[in-house]
Write a protein that binds this ligand. Sequence first.
Ligand SMILES: Nc1ncnc2c1ncn2[C@@H]1O[C@H](COP(=O)(O)OP(=O)(O)OP(=O)(O)O)[C@@H](O)[C@H]1O
Length: 290
Amino acid sequence: MIEIQHLTKQYKKKELALDDINLTIEHGMFGLLGPNGAGKTTLMRILATVMPATSGDAMIDGFSLKKNPEAIRRKLGYLPQIFQLPPQLTAAEFLDYCAVMKGFNNKKERKQEILRLLEQVNLTDKQNRKIKTFSGGMKQRLGIAQALLGNPDLIIVDEPTAGLDPEERVRFRNLLARFSVNRTVILSTHIVADIESSCEQLAVLNHGQLVATGSTSDLTNHAEGKVWEVEIPADSQSFFNENQIISSRKTADGYVHKVIAEIKPSDSATLLEPTLEDGYLALIGRGANG
Ligand SMILES: Nc1ncnc2c1ncn2[C@@H]1O[C@H](COP(=O)(O)OP(=O)(O)OP(=O)(O)O)[C@@H](O)[C@H]1O
């Protein structure tokens, strides 16, 4: 279990990247959702002991991040948002190198561990191929294999699906969900679909602040009674601002907008059942993404 207590981060004299974060994360797959610049990477890097917090602490399975980062490092696997893989090495050579760095000194044990990991991430038949020939999805799977070295209790994965095609994204998400059965996996993303099917619990960060925690249905409920379908005839002007519009489609007579509004925006507007994405967009204060 992870208990984050009053965690704050300030980069030089800039505004707070994390502002007094308090959060409990249990076993299973946990989603950390937030728009670009929300503070997700900052939080992931602090939990992964790569960077210190300005103030506050987190207890990870009883160890303090501040007082005992080495003990936490031993229990932790981390896949950063941006990582470089050596293009000339094969998948097996790369994992062998990582295993040596992690202290696997026995050659036979190291080999067994690498074969186990390659199988887990479905790269056994690619183990002798050079990394420079790998697709984005294969590189991410190799990245998660190095994070799984030593069977850590906690895996932190920062925006892993960026740049993957839809099929690879689904495959990677399923892979993470499988690994979360006996451990904690924290998945940070700005893509709601990454969280929807796989995370029981989640938190939403925005401008360095924790704006929601709970289940996916708790998040969906933030948009309850606020999502409307509105028809705008071709000869009328749309009266919604960009932040309210979730989606638009053209019809023969004009447009149909899906919008977020606290009150019924027009007589003909129809109330819709919110989705998780609607809940998220309502919470961070915008309809249109980006
Ligand atoms: N090394 C740094 N020095 C100064 N400011 C930084 C640094 N890293 C991040 N920031 C700032 O801290 C805030 C949070 O950034 P962070 O990268 O943690 O957000 P994020 O949610 O991960 O966003 P993204 O999805 O774009 O990576 C942003 O305002 C960012 O500009």
